[in-house]
Write a protein that binds this ligand. Structure first.
Ligand code: SF4
Length: 468
């Protein structure tokens, strides 16, 4: 398998042309993937697809959007996890069946795609992504039935993992969310049809009314006037990804009934409650730590000061795949306001620490600007385990927290003190029972069966103690 991805989806079925609407929708979720973008539209059972590597506005111009004629279509933004950046890997993935053309957009990751490909004797699958394998299985199923919902549910019943999907089968549009509800997907009503989207701010842009999130395990046929629903077998518990709340989603996203901004602010409040800090100011790492810092300032009574200024025209460093690109990215991205931080004891708040390289550089530039003390506070417990469910965190040695105590991490990033929100605090802020969340990258136990890893047990949170 070449690449796995965490991405964003927009799909629309309308009475009027939809390519531009999908284009604008993809721009709203550009943060979910910056390496490739694509749109497929269907007209008269024929699918036209344009996709390439690059940002949304680099892939599409007026001419390409005009070529995408049709009233039903799907779009995708993507980042790869292996550094391979070819247009072939961009979504939508298209194929031809005896029932017409199909196109697929996928956010998430199948953990057993290769095994299923082997069992089904799919030739040449070794070089394919998990979504390409899904497409091949779906093609086989569609060759045996004229009912696309049945073909999709049969296909998905063989695959395990995290998935939010938008699928065109001829002129018909389907959306599906995995039985654990790991990745987000919501449904909205437009003046002339329906929209399916990874995040609700797309609905705001399209002036669509929010209907609801897709239920875990739901397959929906999205028509002009109605959305027909089919439910797959569901596990006892969901496994919503905690990292969507902590980092990945936009703060104005309403995810499974929770405004992400509110969750992040609550995390900040709990972080302050758990870690009383002798400081003068709270400084957010822009933009990722803003809501957490607002909560920290609220709870602690310390003033919130924008001591770091962000260059808005540089990509998010975490999702740039090459180490060197990430390093340059940090230096391009942030500049401290010396007069605000000089000789001050500051609480520097960010959402999470993955590799630690970004935080180390931020601490360094603050120290160079004359900051008295830098107390780092983090809105996510130490990440020590890989994600197999659609976020680009694949190997343990990439994590600064791998085999390091909190004190050792503090030393590595050069901070005067370091504290993380507790696991219990994080769960309290997200406001789900812990067994309804995926906390796999924190605890090493996953809601989905993954070869070589532990399946989540019903252990008490206190059993996962922090090092140091
Ligand atoms: S392992 Fe972590 S990042 Fe991956 S789905 Fe679970 S909580 Fe999200």
């Amino acid at each position: 398998m070449r690449a796995r991805e965490c991405c964003g989806i927009v799909a629309i079925n309308s009475k009027s042309s939809i390519a531009k609407k999908i284009f604008f929708g993809l721009k709203v979720i550009q943060h979910r993937g910056q390496e490739a973008a694509g749109i497929a539209v269907a007209k008269d059972m024929k699918i036209t697809c344009v996709k390439s590597s690059g940002l949304v506005h680099e892939v599409f111009d007026k001419d390409t959007l005009e070529r995408l004629e049709g009233n039903v279509g799907i779009g995708h933004v993507r980042y790869s996890t292996t550094g391979v950046k070819t247009a072939d890997e961009a979504h939508p993935i298209t194929a031809t069946t005896s029932n017409g053309d199909i196109a697929i957009c996928h956010n998430g990751e199948f953990v057993n795609a290769e095994r299923v490909a082997l069992e089904k004797k799919l030739s040449g699958y070794e070089g394919e992504t998990d979504t390409e394998i899904l497409a091949r299985i779906l093609v086989k199923e569609l060759d045996t039935t004229s009912d696309p919902t049945r073909a999709i549910s049969r296909t998905l019943s063989k695959l395990r993992g995290a998935y939010s999907l938008a699928i065109l089968v001829g002129d018909r549009l389907f959306a599906a969310r995995d039985p654990h509800g790991i990745r987000p997907l919501c449904l909205g009503r437009m003046k002339e049809g329906h929209v399916v989207a990874s995040e609700t701010p797309i609905l705001d842009l399209l002036e669509a009314e929010f209907i609801r999130d897709l239920k875990p395990g739901e397959i929906v046929e999205v028509g002009n006037d109605l959305a027909k629903s089919f439910e797959m077998a569901r596990p006892e518990h969901t496994g919503h990804c905690m990292f969507e709340y902590v980092y990945f989603s936009r703060p104005d996203n309403l995810l499974d009934g929770r405004l992400v901004y509110d969750v992040r602010k609550r995390i900040g409040q709990i972080l302050a409650r758990e870690n009383e800090t002798n400081a003068d100011l709270v400084v957010p790492v822009p933009d990722s730590g803003r809501a957490h810092a607002a909560g920290f300032a609220d709870e602690s009574g310390l003033p919130l000061v924008e001591g770091l200024i962000k260059n808005r025209f540089v990509e998010r460093t975490f999702i740039l795949p090459e180490q060197r690109e990430r390093e340059i990215g940090v230096l391009l991205k942030l500049n401290p306001i010396r007069s605000l931080v000089e000789d001050k004891k500051i609480v520097l708040v960010d959402d999470s620490i993955i590799r630690g390289t970004t935080m180390k550089k931020i601490v360094n530039i603050l120290k160079k600007a004359g900051t008295g003390k830098v107390h780092v506070r983090v809105g996510c417990p130490p990440i020590r385990h890989p994600c197999y469910l659609g976020i680009d965190m694949k190997t343990r040695d990439q994590f600064v927290a791998n085999d390091r105590s909190v004190e050792e991490i503090r030393e590595e990033i050069g901070a005067d003190s370091l504290a993380y929100v507790s696991l219990e605090g994080l769960v309290e802020a997200i406001d789900y029972p812990k067994e309804e969340l995926c906390l796999g990258c924190l605890t090493g136990e996953y809601p989905v069966e993954i070869d070589g890893e532990k399946l989540r047990r019903r252990e008490r949170l206190e059993d996962f103690t922090e090092k140091g």
